[in-house]
Design a protein around this ligand. Sequence first.
Ligand SMILES: Cc1cc2nc3c(=O)[nH]c(=O)nc-3n(C[C@H](O)[C@H](O)[C@H](O)COP(=O)(O)OP(=O)(O)OC[C@H]3O[C@@H](n4cnc5c(N)ncnc54)[C@H](O)[C@@H]3O)c2cc1C
Ligand SMILES: NC(=O)c1ccc[n+]([C@@H]2O[C@H](COP(=O)([O-])OP(=O)(O)OC[C@H]3O[C@@H](n4cnc5c(N)ncnc54)[C@H](OP(=O)(O)O)[C@@H]3O)[C@@H](O)[C@H]2O)c1
Length: 247
Amino acid sequence: MPEWIEGRVIEQRQWTDRLFSLSVAARDLAYEAGQFIKLALPANGHMLARAYSFVNAPQARPYEFYYVRLPDGPLTQRLCRLGSGDAIFLSSRPAGFLVLSEVPDADNLWLLATGTGIAPFLSILRTETPWRRYGRVVLVHAVRFAQELTYREVLGGVQAERQGRLRLVSIVSRESAEGALAGRIPQAILDGRLEAAAGLALSASGSQVMICGNPAMVSDAVRALAERRMKKHRRRSPGQITVENYW
Ligand SMILES: Cc1cc2nc3c(=O)[nH]c(=O)nc-3n(C[C@H](O)[C@H](O)[C@H](O)COP(=O)(O)OP(=O)(O)OC[C@H]3O[C@@H](n4cnc5c(N)ncnc54)[C@H](O)[C@@H]3O)c2cc1C
Ligand SMILES: NC(=O)c1ccc[n+]([C@@H]2O[C@H](COP(=O)([O-])OP(=O)(O)OC[C@H]3O[C@@H](n4cnc5c(N)ncnc54)[C@H](OP(=O)(O)O)[C@@H]3O)[C@@H](O)[C@H]2O)c1
Protein backbone atom coordinates (compact mmCIF):
# COMPACT_ATOMS: atom_id res chain seq x y z
CA MET A 1 0.00 0.00 0.00
CA PRO A 2 1.47 3.39 -0.91
CA GLU A 3 1.89 6.03 1.74
CA TRP A 4 -0.23 9.04 0.69
CA ILE A 5 0.98 12.62 0.88
CA GLU A 6 -1.64 15.35 0.94
CA GLY A 7 -1.12 18.11 -1.60
CA ARG A 8 -3.09 21.19 -2.67
CA VAL A 9 -4.14 22.15 -6.16
CA ILE A 10 -2.58 25.46 -7.15
CA GLU A 11 -4.15 25.80 -10.57
CA GLN A 12 -6.01 23.83 -13.21
CA ARG A 13 -5.30 24.89 -16.79
CA GLN A 14 -7.77 23.76 -19.45
CA TRP A 15 -6.32 23.52 -22.98
CA THR A 16 -9.29 21.99 -24.82
CA ASP A 17 -12.59 20.45 -23.71
CA ARG A 18 -10.63 17.30 -22.71
CA LEU A 19 -7.03 18.31 -21.98
CA PHE A 20 -5.90 19.75 -18.63
CA SER A 21 -2.74 20.58 -16.69
CA LEU A 22 -2.83 20.44 -12.95
CA SER A 23 -0.26 22.16 -10.74
CA VAL A 24 0.06 20.87 -7.21
CA ALA A 25 1.98 21.94 -4.10
CA ALA A 26 3.14 19.11 -1.83
CA ARG A 27 6.07 17.92 0.23
CA ASP A 28 9.39 17.62 -1.58
CA LEU A 29 9.91 14.35 -3.51
CA ALA A 30 13.10 13.22 -5.27
CA TYR A 31 12.71 11.82 -8.78
CA GLU A 32 14.38 11.70 -12.19
CA ALA A 33 12.85 13.49 -15.19
CA GLY A 34 10.62 10.99 -17.02
CA GLN A 35 9.31 9.30 -13.88
CA PHE A 36 5.71 9.19 -12.66
CA ILE A 37 3.77 9.19 -9.43
CA LYS A 38 0.28 8.12 -8.43
CA LEU A 39 -2.35 10.81 -7.94
CA ALA A 40 -5.36 9.80 -5.86
CA LEU A 41 -8.68 11.00 -4.52
CA PRO A 42 -10.65 9.30 -1.72
CA ALA A 43 -13.57 7.18 -2.96
CA ASN A 44 -15.88 5.11 -0.72
CA GLY A 45 -13.27 4.27 1.89
CA HIS A 46 -10.38 3.65 -0.52
CA MET A 47 -8.07 5.71 -2.68
CA LEU A 48 -8.89 5.96 -6.39
CA ALA A 49 -5.34 6.18 -7.78
CA ARG A 50 -3.72 6.38 -11.22
CA ALA A 51 -0.19 6.98 -12.51
CA TYR A 52 0.82 10.40 -13.94
CA SER A 53 4.18 11.53 -15.33
CA PHE A 54 5.76 14.66 -13.91
CA VAL A 55 5.79 17.50 -16.46
CA ASN A 56 7.96 19.83 -14.36
CA ALA A 57 11.72 19.34 -14.14
CA PRO A 58 12.77 17.62 -10.90
CA GLN A 59 14.09 20.85 -9.34
CA ALA A 60 11.11 23.00 -10.35
CA ARG A 61 8.01 23.49 -8.22
CA PRO A 62 5.03 23.26 -8.17
CA TYR A 63 4.52 19.74 -9.45
CA GLU A 64 2.77 19.70 -12.81
CA PHE A 65 0.73 16.94 -14.48
CA TYR A 66 -0.91 16.80 -17.92
CA TYR A 67 -3.97 14.62 -18.46
CA VAL A 68 -6.88 13.88 -20.75
CA ARG A 69 -10.41 13.54 -19.36
CA LEU A 70 -11.71 10.17 -20.50
CA PRO A 71 -15.46 9.90 -21.22
CA ASP A 72 -15.96 7.17 -18.57
CA GLY A 73 -12.68 7.59 -16.70
CA PRO A 74 -13.25 7.17 -12.95
CA LEU A 75 -10.37 9.41 -11.84
CA THR A 76 -10.07 11.92 -14.69
CA GLN A 77 -13.80 12.76 -14.47
CA ARG A 78 -13.06 13.89 -10.91
CA LEU A 79 -9.63 15.45 -11.48
CA CYS A 80 -11.05 17.91 -13.99
CA ARG A 81 -13.46 19.32 -11.37
CA LEU A 82 -10.67 20.24 -8.94
CA GLY A 83 -9.82 23.90 -8.37
CA SER A 84 -7.36 26.03 -6.47
CA GLY A 85 -7.01 24.96 -2.81
CA ASP A 86 -8.61 21.50 -3.21
CA ALA A 87 -6.87 18.49 -1.67
CA ILE A 88 -5.23 15.83 -3.84
CA PHE A 89 -3.08 12.90 -2.73
CA LEU A 90 0.29 11.80 -4.13
CA SER A 91 2.04 8.49 -3.59
CA SER A 92 5.32 9.00 -1.77
CA ARG A 93 7.50 7.03 -4.21
CA PRO A 94 8.07 8.22 -7.76
CA ALA A 95 8.83 5.33 -10.13
CA GLY A 96 9.50 4.42 -13.76
CA PHE A 97 12.27 3.59 -16.20
CA LEU A 98 11.56 6.10 -19.00
CA VAL A 99 14.57 8.08 -17.81
CA LEU A 100 17.84 9.12 -19.44
CA SER A 101 19.89 7.23 -16.83
CA GLU A 102 18.52 4.06 -18.53
CA VAL A 103 19.31 5.27 -22.08
CA PRO A 104 22.78 4.91 -23.69
CA ASP A 105 24.62 7.83 -25.29
CA ALA A 106 24.14 8.46 -29.04
CA ASP A 107 24.43 11.23 -31.62
CA ASN A 108 20.68 11.90 -31.55
CA LEU A 109 17.81 11.34 -29.14
CA TRP A 110 14.31 10.80 -30.55
CA LEU A 111 11.27 11.25 -28.27
CA LEU A 112 8.05 9.82 -29.74
CA ALA A 113 4.71 10.58 -28.02
CA THR A 114 1.00 10.25 -28.64
CA GLY A 115 -1.41 12.53 -26.78
CA THR A 116 -0.55 13.04 -23.11
CA GLY A 117 2.51 10.81 -23.60
CA ILE A 118 4.39 14.06 -24.22
CA ALA A 119 4.39 14.69 -20.42
CA PRO A 120 7.62 12.86 -19.41
CA PHE A 121 9.45 14.34 -22.41
CA LEU A 122 8.58 17.88 -21.32
CA SER A 123 10.24 17.14 -17.99
CA ILE A 124 13.31 15.61 -19.66
CA LEU A 125 13.68 18.52 -22.12
CA ARG A 126 13.64 20.99 -19.23
CA THR A 127 16.76 19.39 -17.68
CA GLU A 128 20.40 19.75 -18.74
CA THR A 129 20.95 16.01 -19.31
CA PRO A 130 19.77 15.62 -22.94
CA TRP A 131 21.81 18.66 -23.99
CA ARG A 132 24.92 17.30 -22.33
CA ARG A 133 24.63 13.82 -23.83
CA TYR A 134 23.04 14.13 -27.31
CA GLY A 135 23.90 16.38 -30.25
CA ARG A 136 20.31 16.85 -31.40
CA VAL A 137 16.95 15.98 -29.85
CA VAL A 138 13.80 15.35 -31.92
CA LEU A 139 10.41 15.55 -30.20
CA VAL A 140 7.57 13.97 -32.19
CA HIS A 141 4.06 14.71 -30.88
CA ALA A 142 1.19 12.84 -32.54
CA VAL A 143 -2.42 13.81 -31.81
CA ARG A 144 -5.84 13.47 -33.37
CA PHE A 145 -6.56 17.20 -33.79
CA ALA A 146 -4.28 20.25 -34.18
CA GLN A 147 -5.63 21.95 -31.03
CA GLU A 148 -4.17 19.02 -29.04
CA LEU A 149 -0.61 20.15 -29.96
CA THR A 150 -0.18 21.75 -26.54
CA TYR A 151 2.83 23.15 -24.63
CA ARG A 152 4.12 25.00 -27.73
CA GLU A 153 5.28 27.98 -25.66
CA VAL A 154 7.37 25.78 -23.38
CA LEU A 155 8.85 23.97 -26.39
CA GLY A 156 9.53 27.26 -28.20
CA GLY A 157 11.39 28.42 -25.10
CA VAL A 158 13.53 25.26 -25.07
CA GLN A 159 14.25 25.69 -28.79
CA ALA A 160 15.39 29.26 -28.27
CA GLU A 161 17.52 28.32 -25.27
CA ARG A 162 19.15 25.36 -27.06
CA GLN A 163 19.82 27.19 -30.31
CA GLY A 164 18.39 24.81 -32.88
CA ARG A 165 19.32 21.55 -31.18
CA LEU A 166 15.64 20.68 -30.55
CA ARG A 167 13.64 19.67 -33.65
CA LEU A 168 9.86 19.48 -33.29
CA VAL A 169 7.73 17.26 -35.52
CA SER A 170 3.94 17.38 -35.17
CA ILE A 171 1.64 14.70 -36.51
CA VAL A 172 -2.14 15.19 -36.75
CA SER A 173 -4.24 12.16 -37.67
CA ARG A 174 -7.86 13.31 -38.01
CA GLU A 175 -7.71 16.61 -39.88
CA SER A 176 -5.21 18.29 -42.13
CA ALA A 177 -3.05 20.78 -40.26
CA GLU A 178 -0.51 23.22 -41.62
CA GLY A 179 3.04 22.40 -40.59
CA ALA A 180 2.11 18.91 -39.35
CA LEU A 181 2.54 15.51 -40.95
CA ALA A 182 -0.62 13.48 -41.56
CA GLY A 183 -1.27 9.95 -40.26
CA ARG A 184 0.56 8.09 -37.52
CA ILE A 185 4.10 7.75 -36.14
CA PRO A 186 4.85 4.16 -37.31
CA GLN A 187 3.90 4.90 -40.93
CA ALA A 188 5.96 8.09 -40.89
CA ILE A 189 8.96 6.04 -39.72
CA LEU A 190 8.42 3.41 -42.42
CA ASP A 191 7.97 5.82 -45.34
CA GLY A 192 10.81 8.18 -44.31
CA ARG A 193 8.61 11.25 -43.67
CA LEU A 194 9.67 11.45 -40.02
CA GLU A 195 13.37 11.69 -40.87
CA ALA A 196 12.66 14.15 -43.69
CA ALA A 197 10.64 16.39 -41.34
CA ALA A 198 13.32 16.23 -38.64
CA GLY A 199 16.18 16.63 -41.12
CA LEU A 200 18.04 13.85 -39.32
CA ALA A 201 18.74 10.15 -39.89
CA LEU A 202 17.05 7.65 -37.60
CA SER A 203 19.58 4.83 -37.42
CA ALA A 204 20.68 2.04 -35.10
CA SER A 205 24.23 3.38 -35.11
CA GLY A 206 23.42 7.01 -34.26
CA SER A 207 20.07 7.19 -32.48
CA GLN A 208 18.38 6.37 -29.20
CA VAL A 209 14.56 6.40 -29.17
CA MET A 210 12.19 6.88 -26.23
CA ILE A 211 8.48 6.16 -26.84
CA CYS A 212 5.47 6.98 -24.65
CA GLY A 213 1.69 6.89 -24.84
CA ASN A 214 -0.87 4.67 -26.55
CA PRO A 215 0.33 1.04 -26.23
CA ALA A 216 -0.77 0.19 -29.78
CA MET A 217 1.41 3.06 -31.07
CA VAL A 218 4.29 1.88 -28.89
CA SER A 219 4.18 -1.66 -30.27
CA ASP A 220 3.65 -0.52 -33.90
CA ALA A 221 6.54 1.96 -33.59
CA VAL A 222 8.83 -0.71 -32.11
CA ARG A 223 7.96 -2.94 -35.10
CA ALA A 224 8.68 -0.12 -37.56
CA LEU A 225 12.03 0.58 -35.88
CA ALA A 226 12.90 -3.15 -36.02
CA GLU A 227 13.05 -2.73 -39.81
CA ARG A 228 16.03 -0.43 -39.16
CA ARG A 229 17.65 -3.06 -36.94
CA MET A 230 16.70 -1.22 -33.77
CA LYS A 231 15.56 -3.15 -30.70
CA LYS A 232 14.53 -2.54 -27.12
CA HIS A 233 17.36 -1.50 -24.85
CA ARG A 234 18.02 -3.72 -21.85
CA ARG A 235 20.85 -3.38 -19.37
CA ARG A 236 22.14 -6.85 -20.29
CA SER A 237 21.40 -6.59 -23.99
CA PRO A 238 21.92 -3.03 -25.23
CA GLY A 239 19.60 -1.65 -27.87
CA GLN A 240 18.15 1.68 -28.99
CA ILE A 241 14.52 1.76 -27.77
CA THR A 242 13.09 2.59 -24.31
CA VAL A 243 9.30 2.64 -23.87
CA GLU A 244 6.44 3.42 -21.48
CA ASN A 245 2.84 2.33 -22.06
CA TYR A 246 0.12 4.52 -20.54
CA TRP A 247 -2.46 1.72 -20.40
C1 LIG B 1 3.30 4.83 -16.03
C2 LIG B 1 2.05 5.58 -16.41
C3 LIG B 1 2.08 6.97 -16.52
C4 LIG B 1 0.93 7.66 -16.90
N1 LIG B 1 0.98 9.01 -17.05
C5 LIG B 1 -0.11 9.67 -17.51
C6 LIG B 1 -0.07 11.08 -17.75
O1 LIG B 1 0.93 11.75 -17.49
N2 LIG B 1 -1.19 11.68 -18.24
C7 LIG B 1 -2.33 10.96 -18.51
O2 LIG B 1 -3.32 11.55 -18.97
N3 LIG B 1 -2.39 9.64 -18.28
C8 LIG B 1 -1.33 8.99 -17.76
N4 LIG B 1 -1.41 7.65 -17.52
C9 LIG B 1 -2.74 7.02 -17.58
C10 LIG B 1 -3.45 7.27 -16.21
O3 LIG B 1 -2.81 6.50 -15.22
C11 LIG B 1 -4.94 6.91 -16.22
O4 LIG B 1 -5.13 5.61 -16.69
C12 LIG B 1 -5.77 7.89 -17.05
O5 LIG B 1 -5.61 9.24 -16.58
C13 LIG B 1 -7.25 7.57 -17.03
O6 LIG B 1 -7.70 7.42 -15.71
P1 LIG B 1 -9.26 7.14 -15.46
O7 LIG B 1 -9.43 6.64 -14.06
O8 LIG B 1 -10.04 8.36 -15.80
O9 LIG B 1 -9.62 6.00 -16.52
P2 LIG B 1 -8.99 4.52 -16.64
O10 LIG B 1 -10.01 3.55 -16.17
O11 LIG B 1 -7.66 4.46 -15.94
O12 LIG B 1 -8.74 4.42 -18.20
C14 LIG B 1 -9.77 4.13 -19.10
C15 LIG B 1 -9.23 3.91 -20.51
O13 LIG B 1 -8.82 5.15 -21.06
C16 LIG B 1 -7.73 4.99 -21.97
N5 LIG B 1 -6.61 5.84 -21.49
C17 LIG B 1 -6.02 5.83 -20.26
N6 LIG B 1 -5.08 6.80 -20.16
C18 LIG B 1 -5.09 7.44 -21.37
C19 LIG B 1 -4.35 8.53 -21.88
N7 LIG B 1 -3.41 9.18 -21.13
N8 LIG B 1 -4.60 8.93 -23.14
C20 LIG B 1 -5.53 8.31 -23.90
N9 LIG B 1 -6.27 7.26 -23.47
C21 LIG B 1 -6.06 6.83 -22.22
C22 LIG B 1 -7.40 3.50 -21.95
O14 LIG B 1 -8.08 2.88 -23.02
C23 LIG B 1 -7.96 3.05 -20.62
O15 LIG B 1 -8.25 1.68 -20.59
C24 LIG B 1 -0.27 6.94 -17.14
C25 LIG B 1 -0.30 5.55 -16.99
C26 LIG B 1 0.84 4.87 -16.64
C27 LIG B 1 0.78 3.37 -16.52
N1 LIG C 1 -9.44 13.16 -29.27
C1 LIG C 1 -10.77 13.29 -29.21
O1 LIG C 1 -11.33 14.19 -29.78
C2 LIG C 1 -11.64 12.33 -28.38
C3 LIG C 1 -13.00 12.57 -28.34
C4 LIG C 1 -13.79 11.75 -27.53
C5 LIG C 1 -13.21 10.75 -26.79
N2 LIG C 1 -11.88 10.52 -26.86
C6 LIG C 1 -11.31 9.46 -26.02
O2 LIG C 1 -10.14 9.91 -25.43
C7 LIG C 1 -9.17 8.85 -25.44
C8 LIG C 1 -7.83 9.45 -25.69
O3 LIG C 1 -7.74 10.03 -26.95
P1 LIG C 1 -6.39 10.68 -27.47
O4 LIG C 1 -6.71 11.28 -28.77
O5 LIG C 1 -5.78 11.53 -26.41
O6 LIG C 1 -5.39 9.43 -27.55
P2 LIG C 1 -5.21 8.29 -28.68
O7 LIG C 1 -6.49 7.64 -29.00
O8 LIG C 1 -4.09 7.46 -28.19
O9 LIG C 1 -4.74 9.11 -30.01
C9 LIG C 1 -3.55 9.91 -30.05
C10 LIG C 1 -2.84 9.67 -31.36
O10 LIG C 1 -2.34 8.33 -31.37
C11 LIG C 1 -2.66 7.76 -32.63
N3 LIG C 1 -2.68 6.29 -32.60
C12 LIG C 1 -3.67 5.49 -32.15
N4 LIG C 1 -3.32 4.20 -32.33
C13 LIG C 1 -2.11 4.20 -32.93
C14 LIG C 1 -1.25 3.18 -33.40
N5 LIG C 1 -1.55 1.87 -33.29
N6 LIG C 1 -0.09 3.54 -33.97
C15 LIG C 1 0.23 4.85 -34.09
N7 LIG C 1 -0.55 5.85 -33.70
C16 LIG C 1 -1.72 5.53 -33.11
C17 LIG C 1 -3.98 8.37 -32.99
O11 LIG C 1 -4.19 8.21 -34.39
P3 LIG C 1 -5.68 7.90 -35.00
O12 LIG C 1 -6.44 9.18 -34.94
O13 LIG C 1 -5.36 7.43 -36.39
O14 LIG C 1 -6.31 6.82 -34.15
C18 LIG C 1 -3.76 9.81 -32.57
O15 LIG C 1 -3.09 10.54 -33.57
C19 LIG C 1 -9.59 7.84 -26.48
O16 LIG C 1 -9.53 6.56 -25.87
C20 LIG C 1 -11.02 8.21 -26.82
O17 LIG C 1 -11.91 7.20 -26.37
C21 LIG C 1 -11.09 11.29 -27.65
